[in-house]
Design a protein around this ligand. Structure first.
Ligand code: SAH
Ligand code: SF4
Length: 368
């Protein structure tokens, strides 16, 4: 008998690949669309329950394939309604996903890697080092799980209306696995979310920003965090490979590929590091006249960090200065602090780290 491990996991597989698999089975392409709807719209992973597929096809699928979901290690609920799950990802490693309910939307913040190699100075995930890329199944499985265990929203929509790649890892350093996930998130046969509701957050792997713009132009958020190269080199080390000028050029090209697009710039507010009015002016100079919005993130501390959160007043002055300069600027409300689910606090558990340093060839080169 064949064990499940010898079978093909259809979870996270790109529609094109599924079509090829169905063609091999002698099936028509529309069968793929039926299967996608069963999987992602109805959350069914048992082929036998897919009643509009013929009995013989269901038997063939059961013999050769599975829909295997990632294993959930634990669930944590915050007093503000935020829910965090830890997923087991082999040999004691864990990754996290966080659901943030709001009146107008339900946002799932998902992870793309076990740890992260990019080593930003203020990030708990970066401090752990890198272990491995998640597979497309492990990434989309986070969305599947949230939609399965959470009730539908009051208007009947699935719980997850928005997905942001702001959990653990750098999504554009895991490009090959992330793109099929994006396609499934926006496909009408799978989750059917609009491109505006799916956001890739990157610290700036420029060649992949360009590629993504051509292949799958979802919403883009860029972790800028500093208005000049000297400071950004220190707190976002990937800047040494792709400095601000190069990054912003790629952003404007990305935005220009679709009408009415803008790029969101994330800016973590670190006390006495990047939070002066002079920094705000420098930032406004960089973004002025371009399709940009700024989202200020109050720094979330974690054990061992040298940084402190800027004061509430400082953040307000900074935001107002940007607005006075004509830049759209908001401040992110911190959610889920009591369960360590806030931005940058996701640590999961990375024990077998594979230290990778900037400048080594394997940073961000898992291209398709
Ligand atoms: N690797 C991607 C996405 C994951 S991090 C990226 O860097 O964009 C998601 C966001 O959380 C990024 O803007 C990141 O800079 C920010 N972040 C990291 N650590 C943080 C912390 N301790 N407090 C607040 N935001 C943090
Ligand atoms: Fe990696 Fe993003 Fe954290 Fe930087 S901020 S270390 S890119 S997860």
């Amino acid at each position: 008998m064949t064990g499940d491990t010898d079978k093909l996991n259809l979870l996270g597989m790109a529609q094109r690949e599924l079509e090829a698999f169905f063609a091999d089975l002698g099936e028509k392409p529309y069968r793929t669309r039926q299967l996608l709807q069963w999987m992602y719209q109805r959350g069914v992973n048992d082929f036998d329950a897919m009643t509009d597929l013929s009995k013989s096809l269901r038997a063939k699928l059961a013999e050769r394939a599975t829909v295997s979901l990632p294993r959930v290690h634990s669930e944590h609920k915050s007093s503000d309604g935020t829910v965090k799950w830890l997923f087991a990802s082999g040999s004691g490693q864990r990754v996290e996903a966080v659901y943030i309910p709001e009146p107008a939307r339900g946002t799932l913040c998902i992870s793309s890697q076990v740890g992260c190699a990019l080593d930003c100075a203020f990030c708990a995930t970066g401090a752990q080092g890198f272990n491995r890329n998640l597979t497309a199944a492990e990434i989309i499985g986070q969305v599947w799980h949230a939609n399965t265990v959470l009730p539908r929203r009051p208007n009947g929509e699935s719980a997850v209306t928005n997905v942001v790649f702001m959990g653990m890892g750098e999504p554009l350093a895991n490009y090959r696995q992330v793109v099929p996930v994006l396609e499934l998130l926006i496909s009408d046969y799978a989750y059917g979310l609009s491109r505006r509701r799916v956001t890739i957050s990157t610290s700036g792997i420029v060649p992949h920003v360009e590629k993504l713009g051509d292949e799958c132009n979802v919403s883009l958020a860029v972790s800028l965090h500093a208005p000049n190269d000297e400071l950004r080199n220190r707190i976002v080390p990937i800047n040494k490979l792709h400095p601000i000028g190069e990054l912003l050029d790629a952003c404007w090209r990305y935005a220009a590929k679709h009408a009415n697009r803008f790029v969101t710039f994330e800016y973590v507010m670190l006390r006495n590091v990047n939070d002066s009015l002079a920094h705000a002016d420098e930032l406004a100079d960089l973004l002025d006249g371009n399709p940009a919005k700024v989202n200020l993130i109050p720094f979330n501390p974690f054990p061992g960090t040298e940084f402190k959160r800027s004061g509430v007043e400082t953040i307000r002055y900074f935001q107002n200065r940007l607005r006075d300069r004509g830049i759209v600027a908001t401040t992110r409300r911190t959610r889920g602090e009591d369960i360590d689910a806030a931005c940058g606090q996701l640590a999961g558990k990375v024990s077998d780290r594979v230290r990778r340093r900037l400048g080594e060839k394997n940073i961000g080169v898992a291209t398709g």
